[in-house]
Design a protein around this ligand. Structure first.
Ligand SMILES: O=C(O)CCC(=O)C(=O)O
Ligand SMILES: [Fe+2]
Length: 456
């Protein structure tokens, strides 16, 4: 409860608690996840139950075409004898084309940056489907925070995930690799990439993924079994690299991950309180808004999103930036303010070039939330409400925002986290002219304290 004698001190304490809760959430929150499936002869779908551990999978078969010839091979590194009714793994490798990558608007072939083979989704198919083994559900659980929706049942529902098969890649010894890059943004609902490593015998070829100084290694020699199917999913704005393959062929299926409506989502569109692990943040924000000294005259409270998002440069509109595309803590903060029934806008900004760009340090900003007579902010907030029908709002709005957290450190795609020399400024996995990654801000319209009616 806020003390009458020292309201400011109490609110400052709440801010410190909120900061701690957010830091804790981010430390434990994932930007990548992975797992494995044991490959077994004679496995059927009926064997796939949660009581059976490890989860088992049949031997994957890849079908592809070379010209007008159809070919197929079963991939299983425990099969050493050649099978004369099938094509060989070496044939699959040979039939791949050299893989390119996107840089400055062009698809480039340069083996110093990417040395790999590729088959496009149109020229191969496989009986392996990540939906069948709970991989897509696991990705939704790990990478999309649970946001409850209004409905008869109180259970937390999540956004759905669509995994779209994209390429088959082969990274072969002695030096198959892909230097640090981020994956090309492919549209508003695109949030991640899924890599499925098929069960082949290879050495090296670890996948390193990094975000904000945290780094994780997958397919690491000590930690995975080559005869399993191993999978890794990550936010596609996180920098990642494939280390050189030193023996054998590393064969992967890659999928683009998009957010979609979950079952029942279309008929229950109202966002509600997120699940209980977000409660410490919810409580602090609610108590802050309950304090009469917090943004006494109302205004716009800004939260700098931590992740980057695909944006299009030709006139984008508020209504197009679905909250369901938010990742990690960004989604949580959005959901909390919405659960408190405040209007939250999602607006992109060019990192480092916000109009009126002088953003003071966090302490000054936070103090000003309590002390400043934000009459100008209130006016702007009223104006801002009128734009709530999907109209473009210019960057002038940022001049009136009270920032709630630090602006994220600049890590332009491809220049940030993995501590290796970057040969170029930006390497997408394919060129894409329409979309780029941009930071976003959540802009919360805060009414004057006398007008605030908070849900209990
Ligand atoms: O194969 C992998 O582990 C990652 C490949 C990758 O980063 C890509 O295809 O963009
Ligand atoms: Fe990639």
């Amino acid at each position: 409860m806020v003390s009458q004698q020292h309201p400011q001190t109490s609110v400052e304490r709440l801010l410190a608690q909120l900061d701690k809760a957010m830091t804790h959430y981010q430390l434990t929150n994932s930007f990548s996840c992975g797992g494995s499936l044991e490959v077994r002869l004679g496995t059927h779908y009926s064997d796939f139950t949660i009581t059976k551990k490890p989860v088992m999978c049949f031997r994957p078969i890849v079908f592809w075409c070379k010209g007008s010839v159809s070919k197929h091979t079963t991939i299983d590194c425990s099969w050493t004898t050649s099978r004369n009714w099938e094509n060989s793994l070496d044939e699959l490798v040979q039939d791949c084309s050299p893989a390119t990558f996107g840089c400055d608007g062009e698809n480039i072939f340069d083996e110093k940056i990417r040395k790999a083979g590729v088959l496009d989704a149109a020229s191969f198919s496989t009986n392996f489907n990540p939906y069948d083994f709970g991989i897509v559900d696991a990705v939704a659980q790990e990478l999309l925070p649970g946001l409850a929706r209004a409905g008869k049942q109180p259970a937390v529902e999540r956004w759905g995930v669509v995994a779209e098969l994209y390429k088959l890649n082969v990274y072969s010894a002695p030096s198959g690799m892909f230097k640090p890059h981020v994956d090309t943004p492919r549209g508003r609902t695109h949030f991640g990439s899924l890599v499925v490593a098929l069960p082949t015998d290879f050495q090296g070829g670890q996948l390193r993924v990094a975000y904000k100084g945290k780094e994780r290694a997958y397919l690491d020699d000590g930690s995975f079994c080559r005869s399993d199917i191993n999978w890794v999913a990550f936010y596609s704005d996180c920098e990642h690299e494939v280390l050189p393959v030193t023996a054998g062929h590393r064969i992967t299926l890659t999928y683009q991950l998009y957010v979609s409506e979950c079952i029942g989502g279309l008929v229950q569109p109202q966002l509600q309180m997120p699940d209980s692990k977000f409660y410490p943040m919810y409580r602090c924000i609610k108590d802050m808004l309950a304090s009469p000294t917090f943004m006494k005259n109302g205004g716009i409270l800004g939260f700098h999103c931590v992740y980057q998002y695909p944006e299009k440069f030709e006139g984008t509109y508020f209504y197009e930036r679905y909250p369901r595309t938010l990742k990690g803590i960004d989604a949580v903060i959005f959901a909390i303010f919405r659960a408190l029934e405040l209007t939250v806008h999602i607006k992109p900004y060019e990192a480092g070039s916000i109009i009126g760009g002088k953003i003071a340090d966090a302490r000054v900003r936070l103090e000003s939330l309590f002390t400043e007579e934000a009459t100008c902010g209130r006016l702007v907030a009223n104006e801002f409400e009128r734009f709530d029908c999907g109209h473009y709002v210019g960057d002038e709005i940022f001049e009136h925002v009270k920032w709630f957290n630090e602006k994220p450190a600049l890590h332009p795609a491809g220049e940030g986290c993995l501590d290796v020399a970057k040969p170029t400024r930006w390497i997408g996995n394919e060129t894409e002219v329409d979309w780029d990654y941009l930071f976003r801000a959540l802009l919360v319209v805060v009414p004057a304290s006398s007008d605030r009616t908070l849900k209990t």
